[in-house]
Ligand binder design. Structure first.
Ligand code: ATP
Ligand code: MG
Ligand code: FE
Length: 352
């Protein structure tokens, strides 16, 4: 079974070929440099660039995998969530190919791609013994804990009530003058800094008062207070922006607060839910201190941890084609959408 995957939900133009669940090609073009001067993704720049790059990226993926359009059995494409104008470019390419080649069009949820990315690599995925699984989804737009009873069955058990973890790193990076995107910039600058120099808030831990959400408060995240705490710290200690060593300590402490808050929730969730494994996926799962803390948690609890290989953490199409292969193997239904859905939610089978 040879699946071509196409992804364009935000600022990565990506195509991949997955054969029997194994990743054979993973072509990615990132627009980061185009958006960096603006400090965030500019939708019109993103969609225009997707139009320019998509045909070449698809060709690159096929060449890398050593196959042609005639070898394909299906086309998997992200149809949400994401930026509508970006999604439409990948979706249109996929739909045109599926019609002209008379191949099934498999509509994929971008977050489902991130979830299954932890199983993907050079070899076919092995899911046996991994479920029920708890997945921490941490990306630029998402911070959630998802309980997955078995493939296709998603229950969100906690989520951020304000900013996503990636957003917190991006905003913190701006305040520290470290540039965009913030996650990698913060990690790089924090190297060698003291993560315990400043005690930044972990969000919600000391909060009282009403709780208007249906989720368990202990499993939810809040990062807006952390960002404000950094702002106040920098206002109170102007030297923190001038002295390199002090700034390194503040940056390391900020990163520590994000990684610690995420790991604490996972630890609580593992106590509450009986799981055969736990996982972390999405761009922020690249973060080294976070990976180390989760590995230590796995050691402490004896529950196996699944992390994606670095090239599969941030947006890519291998996770889209790979997730389609996993769903096919599990006999799960597919949606052949006739439009994109920028607000697509993670419901069971993700076909809503
Ligand atoms: P979503 O998946 O929710 O639609 P997205 O696709 O934009 O959002 P991803 O590509 O999965 O998000 O991840 C991008 C995020 O990952 C950015 O916020 C970026 O700062 C963060 N990130 C990338 N590398 C690292 C790193 N080494 N440490 C921490 N964060 C990182
Ligand atoms: Mg991106
Ligand atoms: Fe993503």
């Amino acid at each position: 079974m040879i699946i071509l995957g196409i992804e364009s939900s935000c600022d990565e133009t990506a195509a991949a070929v997955v054969i029997d669940g194994a990743v054979k090609a993973n072509a990615i073009y990132s627009q980061i440099a185009k958006h960096a001067p603006y400090g965030g993704v500019v939708p019109e720049i993103a969609s225009r660039d997707h139009v320019k790059k998509m045909p070449g990226i698809i060709e690159q993926a096929l060449t890398e995998a050593g196959c042609t359009f005639d070898d394909l059995d299906g086309i998997a494409v992200t149809y949400g969530p994401g930026l509508a104008s970006s999604l439409l470019i990948g979706y249109s390419a996929a739909r045109a190919l599926s019609q002209s080649l008379d191949l099934p069009l498999m509509g994929m949820n971008h977050h489902e791609g991130h979830i299954y990315s932890v199983f993907l690599g050079d070899e076919p995925p092995v899911l046996d013994g991994c479920f029920p699984m708890l997945t921490l989804m941490v990306s630029g737009g998402d911070t959630r804990l998802v309980y997955i009873k078995e493939p296709g069955h998603y229950e969100v058990i906690g989520q951020t009530i304000d900013d996503a973890a990636g957003e917190a790193l991006d905003k913190g990076s701006t305040l520290l003058g470290l540039g965009y995107p913030g996650g990698p910039a913060v990690q790089k600058f924090a190297e060698g800094g003291n993560p315990n120099a400043v005690r930044f808030p972990r969000g919600l831990d000391n909060a009282g008062g009403d709780w208007p959400f249906s989720f368990d408060r202990k499993l939810c995240f809040s990062f807006s207070g952390l960002k404000t705490a950094l702002l106040y710290h920098l206002q109170k200690h102007p030297s923190a922006l001038e002295d390199e060593d002090e700034k390194r300590d503040v940056t390391a402490s900020y990163q520590e607060a994000v990684a610690d808050a995420l790991t604490k929730r996972m630890e609580r969730a593992l106590k509450k839910y009986n799981c055969a494994s736990f996982a972390c996926a999405g761009g922020v799962s690249l973060n080294r201190p976070l990976r180390e803390k989760l590995a230590a948690l796995s050691e402490k609890t004896g529950i196996p941890l699944k992390l994606s290989s670095p090239r599969l953490c941030t947006d890519n199409a291998a996770m889209i084609a790979g997730a389609a292969a996993i769903k096919l193997q599990a006999g799960l239904p597919f949606n052949s959408p006739d439009d994109v859905n920028p607000n697509l939610s993670l419901t069971n089978w993700s076909i809503a």
